[in-house]
Write a new protein. Structure first.
Length: 213
């Protein structure tokens, strides 16, 4: 199973480079590289540089993410969630390729870019749903998950914090997915979701710690 994940990631990254090579002649010299939540392009760059940006980032992720398990002081714990860690890496690279495809598509079809925000929400919502599920499976480490000092000190605190954090992340992902599908693009709602995802698990981890001291 681990090899299947690795092979799939390699195929995804290779496909992004092949896509960049294939569409390069058709892309405008100055291509959009950033869109706001309404789908309006508000950042531009020369295609000779930026068409390769996401494929190169994906390649770096492909190479360097597996190294985290080798340099983490708690690397022995990775064996307990090895497949889930493989799934997290694969999901992240898959979403990166989805974003790259959107960038290429809307660069070639600027009249359709009003939907960029929708698709981005769907992609990020999907990422959060998968990560939210997987977070409850990961064990103590210094790179992945909600790494509060109280969770890193106590395994029970860690497990409970990841479960709550994963649930909130998955719930936030579902909300983002629905918003993307139904074109409800609200900056304040998205900001609220991110605040809840970050601060509620941190507070919960601290309260667990205080409850035992």
């Amino acid at each position: 199973m681990k090899q299947s994940f690795i092979i799939f990631r390699i195929i995804l990254v290779a496909a992004s480079f092949l896509l960049a090579i294939w569409v390069y002649p058709q892309l405008p010299q100055i291509m959009p590289i950033h869109w706001n939540i309404e789908g309006v392009a508000d950042g531009f760059g020369d295609k000779s540089r930026y068409v390769w940006l996401l494929p190169v980032i994906s390649l770096a992720m492909l190479i360097f993410m597996p190294l985290l398990a080798k340099i983490d002081p708690k690397k022995a714990n990775y064996q307990e969630f090895a497949l889930h860690w493989e799934a997290m890496q694969t999901t992240l690279i898959l979403v990166m390729q989805f974003i790259f495809f959107l960038q290429i598509h809307f660069s070639l079809n600027p009249s359709q870019s009003d939907f960029m925000g929708n698709y981005m929400l769907v992609g990020i919502g999907f990422l959060f749903i998968i990560f939210g599920y997987l977070m409850s499976k990961i064990k103590q480490n210094y790179f992945i998950g909600i790494r509060t000092p109280w969770a890193l000190e106590n395994t029970d605190n860690w497990d409970k914090t990841q479960k709550l954090g994963g649930f909130i992340m998955a719930l936030g992902g579902v909300i983002m997915l629905v918003c993307g599908i139904f074109s409800y693009l609200n900056t304040y709602l998205l900001l609220t979701i991110f605040i809840f995802m970050v601060f509620i698990p941190m507070l919960y981890s601290y309260l667990l710690f205080k409850g035992k001291h």
